[in-house]
Design a protein. Sequence first.
Length: 348
Amino acid sequence: MAKINEAELKAQIKSSNYSNAYLIYGEESYLKEFYVNQIKSKLVDPTFEAFNLHSYDGKDAELDDILKDAQMLPMMSEYNLVIVRDYPIEKSKSDIKLLKEFLEDVPESTVLIFCFDAIVPDVKGTNFKNLISYFDKAGCVVNLEKRTENDVAKLLVAGAKKRGATLDINDAKYLISISGNDLKNLLNELDKLTGFVNGGVITKDIIDNMATKCLQARVYDLSKFVVAGNTDKAYGVLDTLFGMKEDAIVIASVISGVYVDMYRVKCAKTAGLSYDDVAKYYNYRGREFALKNASRDCASLTEAQLRKSLDAIADTDIKLKSTSADKRLLIEELIVKLVMIARENNYA
């Protein structure tokens, strides 16, 4: 068959026109699990699930056992479904060869799904490229990427409507900027918010008061206060992060990401480009809000200040990973350095 997108996969499931083999991977965990479960619910009668459904955790399975089940005939059903999650394809070259031979002649009554989620495959590696080629010939390859911010916002608006509530598209985008772009987490937040308004309108104020902020959103707040030179509020956010037991190295990494976003936007503006151009070039798909925040926060900083800030962050990252110094103290010192850079002061 071929490589297909999400819409084509959805159409296959809706029309019950299934392929005999699926390779499913990509950034969006929720969508991968959603479509695997959709296929499962359509193909497997719960009464005969013990005979017609075979699920494997790849790290605990041998390919021989998987393929034996894939050769079985279904009982009182049209299909025998085999689901394999996170099979370590680097484990054995002979496995790749064995799987290739099987995929060249998949039984018509079998649907074999290889899904990668916990394991992030090396899409440029030889083994995974071969795997794509074999599944491409035998069935379908589906790369479920992050949806765009606009698509996720539309999904949230529609989801709120189904739950009897109202959510404006701009407030949906604001929720994404607050809680992150993970679909599963966003839908959980939507359940909470719609339950709270009980048929009413989900406003920006309600999102502010009710939605759980993701780490990145809290670091956006931190950087906003740092750029403004508001040390007290910056340390307030830092207190919250450490109170939540966030790891200092992770905090430094996210701070670095925020400053990289600002630097990219600043350089783009200098070149006469917009943050939309940056989003396309660096693939911010589903994270467009990050560049909007960066565009706002970098307005008062020069490229030279941003480069100094990135150097300070890199220096702190090295110290966090290579010394026994108090990690919280190192992050606090970093905040002081970033504030001083924003104020165009020198530090020793």
